[in-house]
Design a protein. Structure first.
Length: 243
């Protein structure tokens, strides 16, 4: 039943699922209800139809984290050595990012989240990258009806401005967080892709604004290069005309 939820068929009703699997409608309803209780599925209260739930994101994040650890370690170490700042890898979980890898700056600035911690997508460079490169359906589902939270006076909380920011991020190929999550701290992030080109994680480098601010574009170029190196280790090969 879970494998029936795909990019082509992301939403199912009870009748359609029963017909698809060749089972009784009552059986389909019981199984769907059980999966929903466990968080593996979400039910739309208006339509009654089902889609994959956040627990699936958590399971996927665990798998991605394992693969990413092997693929990212060398590039993350190189990036930290080049920049001297904290390097992190995050994955998307609904309206949050989850930090699955981190190498601390040698400067021991204690403002960054631990591995396994979360932050809102609208105030992080990794969150912006992950949502900017997500499908239009994921973007719409994430932003619909969401009152964007604020971390600092610089956080983008206007939905229209945030959508514009996401479009700019996708065009540029990287995102910046300029004091939007913590004052006096900035970060830049770039997408990590798997073999099919899907963006599965984001790599970022973060540090104090006095060190990183004057050289933001240099840091951005370094992050983009390192993220591309990780993507290659995951099997991604950019084709002509690829986004």
């Amino acid at each position: 039943m879970l494998k029936s939820f795909t990019a082509h068929d992301p939403v199912w009703g009870v009748t359609d699922m029963a017909r698809h699997l060749g089972i009784a409608k009552s059986t389909a309803y019981r199984l769907l209800a059980t999966l929903t209780e466990q968080g593996l599925l979400d039910q739309d209260p208006l339509t009654g139809r089902y889609r994959l739930g956040l627990v699936v994101f958590d399971l996927a994040a665990a798998v991605q984290s394992f693969d990413l650890h092997e693929a990212a370690l060398t590039a993350m170490s190189d990036l930290r050595n080049r920049t001297g700042e904290t390097v992190q890898v995050a994955v998307l979980d609904g309206r949050e990012v989850v930090y699955v890898e981190r190498l601390d700056s040698h400067h021991t600035l204690k403002v960054f989240l631990d591995v396994g911690r979360r932050n809102w997508i609208n105030c992080t460079s990794t969150g912006k990258v992950l949502l900017a490169f997500a499908s239009p359906q994921v973007q719409e589902r994430t932003l619909r009806g969401w009152q964007l939270p604020s971390r600092t006076p610089f956080t983008i909380t206007d939905p229209t401005a945030f959508r514009t920011e996401l479009a700019q991020v996708k065009r540029a190929g990287f995102a910046a967080n300029r004091q939007e999550s913590a004052l006096e701290v900035i970060s830049v992030a770039a997408p990590i892709r798997r073999v099919n080109g899907q963006v599965v994680a984001a790599l970022s480098v973060a540090g104090p604004i006095d060190r990183m601010g004057p050289h933001e574009m240099t840091f951005a170029q370094a992050v983009v290069q390192s993220a591309a190196a990780i993507s290659r280790r995951l099997g991604y090969r950019r084709s002509a005309g690829a986004a």
